[in-house]
Write a protein that binds this ligand. Structure first.
Ligand code: SAM
Length: 223
């Protein structure tokens, strides 16, 4: 009798464990977007009209003081939320790279840019561990809400340094590792201090930090 009750208890514990394992990995998969649960749903989230209030995209780009003719790489470009703004800021003499590891995202941004008549765009279907950008080619690398997706960051940051021009800048915008009404699950967030440490260890210099975004840190580094 006691043995049977013990067996039931073991089965119950296993079922509970399995339930949590499945739901947790589903959430993680959804956030990793690989594979996407639904690209349409994900794009809708990135393009949500409420986002402008906390993301302030035009203000963020204003603070980057981008010049006509600059080359900007938007790594983890997603739906092109920032990419299209960069395209307008660098003008016809400039160049923008939309870099993403998801083919559907690249296709979406391509269609969007063509619709908007943006002709300084370049699209790169990158590898998770390499943005596949040409060496010494970029004035500004912008990484918004994507740094926390990148694995093997030590090596990735070195690659970023190689693809930047001598006076190039690296910009990281990502969610603080505290509770916020929007953003990735807590266990995927990278605290600001860790991000700064990782980038400085690769030999970058801290150039600026801005505090007007309510949920994200906004950091600029130079080479
Ligand atoms: C949360 S979205 C952010 C999109 C965009 N930066 C924005 O702010 O709207 C993250 C994007 O990064 C892409 N991504 C994830 N890992 C990546 C990697 N290692 N290299 C390039 N893109 C990556 C995803 O496919 C997704 O489109």
């Amino acid at each position: 009798m006691i043995i049977r009750r013990k067996n039931y208890l073991t089965i119950f514990v296993k079922v509970v464990f399995l339930f949590f394992a499945i739901t947790a990995s589903a959430e993680e998969r959804h956030h990793n977007h690989s594979p996407f649960k639904s690209i349409a749903e994900y794009i809708q989230r990135m393009e949500s009209p409420d986002r402008v209030e906390w993301q302030m995209p035009e203000k963020v780009v204003d603070y980057l003081a981008i010049k006509n003719g600059d080359t900007v790489a938007d790594i983890g470009a997603g739906s092109g939320y920032f990419t299209v703004i960069f395209s307008k800021r660098v003008g016809d003499m400039g160049k923008v790279y939309a870099v993403d590891i998801e083919k559907d995202m690249i296709e979406y941004t391509k269609k969007r840019s063509q619709k908007e008549g943006l002709n300084n765009m370049n699209y790169i279907l990158a590898k998770p561990d390499d943005p596949l950008l040409p060496k010494s080619s970029v004035d500004l690398i912008f990484i918004c809400d994507t740094y926390h997706h990148i694995e093997k960051r030590d090596n990735y940051i070195k690659i970023l340094k190689d693809v930047m021009k001598k006076d190039g800048r690296l910009v990281i915008v990502d969610f603080h590792a505290v509770n916020t009404p929007v953003g990735p699950p807590q266990n995927m967030r990278i605290p600001k201090e860790k991000t700064v440490k990782e980038i400085l260890s690769a030999g970058f210099k801290a150039e600026a930090e801005y505090f007007f975004l309510p949920y994200q840190y906004f950091l600029i580094f130079s080479k």
